[in-house]
Ligand binder design. Structure first.
Ligand code: MN
Length: 496
């Protein structure tokens, strides 16, 4: 089983997405690094920029097969070859609706073009993928004759695209079964998600004998996108027991990289890579997971396997076991009656519609238990921020750090970035910002801003904190100061 990733081609055709040249090279390196067998780097004939990108990716010397897309025209193929790709992927529409309305060719003409273009590719390149575009809406007998023609002309792999995502797993199983039996060539599938069946159709094709799957990171692609790499790979690895060659423990990081570059956030409930994929809030589930993770997780797939984390979250469904576990982290050990009070307060806070952060939990615990916080590690005294259209955003802070006055200034991409960097500049510990999100609580430009952040210390511990106010820069600094103080408090507890 091999994986063919088309994030850089079909994924880049996602409406609203345009990766920069540098981002595309990064994405190609990442995909090769995680063991993707083949990377579709782009469609070189579409523009000069695309040509340069595909050439640059081919020049990286990555371990993956680098593929370029071409219409069934010699000039498109020539451009691909000039880019130095390892594989040329040629396609032609075969369904009646696409034949009649796009290329205006008869079925016989399509067969002739197929033979001609595939043998032309093979005269210049060792690897040729042939796609019958809109295969799933093409008559099966005719489709098979086109694939046979491509195989006889030297195609090294044939691709069966469900171009408009209208197929079902049952139909896919039958179709791929017939193609595998009747066409002497390895079979690959490319499924779209218009009805949400892209991944199901892809893995069913594997059941029926397909030997390669086309995917994109985060399921990017035209319209509703393509089969998602993380879901497809994990179904094959964990449920089917099929090896894909992909380093699954890097799927999460890959998803986040593409999310950052594409500007398209991953839904919290997205399988495998969503924030909630291994999160537990309800009392029953958290209790079960603390005892044995497989109680309320798939078990055959763990967060470690995909590079994610298990998280117990605080909310109105939280239970005593989760709260106790989270406090143990900070060496806080409440009695049974104290735990009850803490849980009550957490539930009360979240029913008010407020997200309960780690910092809030420790504060509640300390209040209930009547323990001091041992002094704040950092106390912000002054902060000044300058920003505008012709200045580099700059922030300077004065803070008491363990009673000692320290100052630091920093520039940033914006005022928030500059302010947070200046604060981190006075803190002795190595802290990295992992998450930052801001919401306007009421409408209007004078709305109260609420900032939620998560920071990570050098040991990989992650803590959340928040801040609010009518100035988003100050709300952000408050959240950061809260996070730092929380971290220091936990450090002190550890040392005791
Ligand atoms: Mn497509």
């Amino acid at each position: 089983m091999t994986v063919f990733d088309t994030t850089l081609r079909d994924g880049e055709q996602t409406p609203g997405i345009s990766f920069t040249f540098a981002q595309k090279l990064d994405i190609a390196r990442q995909l090769a690094g995680i063991g993707v067998h083949a990377i579709e780097a782009g469609f070189p004939a579409s523009s000069e920029g695309e040509r340069e990108t595909v050439k640059a990716i081919a020049d990286l010397g990555l371990d993956s097969v680098i593929c370029g897309l071409a219409r069934s025209r010699k000039e498109d193929v020539d451009v691909c070859i000039d880019c130095g790709v390892d594989m040329v992927h040629v396609f032609i529409p075969t369904s009646e609706v696409q034949r009649v309305h796009t290329i205006k060719k008869t079925p016989e003409e399509v067969l002739d073009i197929t033979r001609e273009i595939v043998s032309y590719v093979r005269d210049h390149c060792d690897l040729c993928m042939f796609s019958a575009m809109d295969a799933t809406r093409t008559g099966t007998e005719y489709l098979i004759s086109v694939f046979q023609a491509a195989a006889e002309a030297g195609a090294t792999i044939i691709n069966v695209p469900d171009t408009v995502g209208v197929y079902t797993p049952t139909a896919m199983k039958q179709l791929i079964g017939r193609i595998v039996a009747e066409v002497d060539c390895p079979v690959d599938v490319h499924c779209h998600n218009d009805f949400g069946l892209a991944v199901a159709n892809t893995v069913t094709a594997v059941e029926a004998g397909a030997s390669q799957v086309q995917v994109t990171v985060n399921g990017l692609g035209e319209r509703a996108g393509n089969a998602d790499i993380a879901q497809t790979v994990m179904i094959l690895e964990s449920i089917y027991g099929v090896r894909t060659g992909v380093k699954t423990e890097r799927l999460f990081e890959t998803s986040r990289l593409i999310s950052r570059y594409s500007g398209i956030a991953v839904l919290p409930t997205q399988p495998i890579v969503g924030d909630n994929a291994f999160s537990h809030e309800s009392g029953i589930h958290s209790h079960g997971v603390i005892a044995c993770a497989a109680t309320f997780e798939p078990g055959i797939m763990t967060p470690e396997m995909v590079g994610h984390r298990r998280k117990l979250t605080l909310g109105k469904h939280v239970g005593r076991h989760a709260v106790r576990q989270m406090l143990t982290h900070a060496h806080i050990t409440p009695s049974d009656s104290e735990i009850d009070q803490i849980v009550e307060k957490v539930k009360f806070m979240s029913t008010k519609g407020k997200k309960v952060t780690d910092a809030d939990l420790y504060e509640i615990a300390e209040t209930v238990m009547g323990i001091g916080n041992g002094g704040r590690a950092i106390e912000l005294q002054d902060i000044a921020i300058m920003t505008g259209n012709h200045v580099i955003p700059t922030a300077s802070v004065k803070a008491l750090v363990y009673g000692k006055e320290l100052v630091c200034s920093s520039t940033g991409t914006g005022p928030v970035d500059a302010a947070l960097k200046a604060i981190l500049g006075v803190v002795p510990a190595k802290i990295q910002l992992k998450e930052f999100n801001i919401e306007a609580i009421s409408g209007g430009s004078d709305a109260i801003g609420h900032v939620n952040i998560a920071v990570e210390d050098e040991h990989g511990n992650i803590f959340s904190a928040s801040g609010s106010g009518d100035d988003i820069v100050l709300a952000s600094t408050e959240a950061m100061v809260n996070a730092i103080n929380l971290l220091q408090r936990i450090r002190q507890a550890e040392e005791k």
